[in-house]
Design a protein around this ligand. Sequence first.
Ligand code: CMC
Length: 379
Amino acid sequence: MTVCEYQPGLEGIPAARSKISYVDGQKGILEYQGIPIEQLAAQSNFLETAYLLIWGELPSKAALEDFEQDVRDHRRIKYRIRDMMKCFPESGHPMDALQACAAALGLFYSRRTLDDPDYVWEAVVRILAKIPTMVAAFELMRNGNDPVTPREDLDYASNFLYMLTEREPDPFAAQVFDVCLTLHAEHTINASTFSAMVTASTLTDPYAVVASAVGTLAGPLHGGANEEVISMLDEIGSVENVRPFVEQAIANKQRIMGFGHRVYKVKDPRATILQQLAEQLFEKGGSDPYYEIAVELEKVVEEKLGHKGIYANVDFYSGLVYRYLGIPRDLFTPIFTMARVAGWLAHWKEQLSVNRIFRPTQEYVGVHNVPYVPIEKRS
Ligand code: CMC
């Protein structure tokens, strides 16, 4: 057995052998099951991509139709889950609500027959189908409204936007949203996926796997960054303020949200696609002043931090797209979850096929043989 030296953040340490996705951070390449992300974004859709990731191959027409139909059939959530959500504080973050709801699914579908392909199929379908419904339901309920019943005649993206706004979305907006989901569906072993794999390795149920990953994705250094990008653009306020903002952030050693990546040392290919989508949206629906600030910010960050390999990541333009679609800011990460759950489930399945429980080691740097001091003798 090779013993590795301790690496903070496990940087560069392989924790799995995986066929699901591939990233070349120097060349800016991302592939799902070997297919370049640009091709999937242009030609596939989110549910087909989820199938590809989870079952390892593109589905036949019939297999895709079955999968899509099953997902449509499972979109509704139990009234008890809705009742549970009614007790959540409106001020709570939707990611916390989602984590609780994902875990609660395990109460209803708790059978743990992980070696039964029907159980695995049903779990995948239920999770993909119900997460969007839970995200939309919490949004409506925290605003004092009843949740909207999902519509079976609408595709995945359109149904979500419908449940959120109670209006049938513009088809182009729904298409853009669907591409966003495809782009966020998987990204090798990032923090939340690793968290899902560690939980999966204990052979717990897939709802617990997803709930643990949701908690991990919620942090501002991971999925929470796109929300913070918009807050940062608010703070910058104008194109003229961009340069002083960046200079001050660098002087104060502050992170500029939406930039930098552990793996990509060039512009994230997903950011390139998202930027194109954003431009198409603005061309059709009218310009967005935030976009001009964002473009200037990217230029200045590249100029000042490009030498360190810090470029725009996926979160930089996704927030702009969601904001333009009228999605509340604190739903950006739940939407990331709706997409990334496909990758988590793919890794869950892959982990089960080669499972060994994760149990890394540590370097102990504490002291030894310390005598216990009774409380009355402590200073
Ligand atoms: N702004 C300014 N400086 C940065 C940034 C940034 N966004 N990111 C990294 N750096 C600097 C950092 O200060 C350090 O400089 P030095 O070596 O002089 O001390 C150097 O780059 C390396 O930073 P690191 O923290 O060792 O890099 P990491 O690989 O551990 O962190 C990261 C990766 C994504 C956490 C980090 O780049 C970051 O905090 N970015 C901002 C948050 C963000 O946009 N997150 C979304 C990530 S992509 C989607 C996802 O994974 O969810």
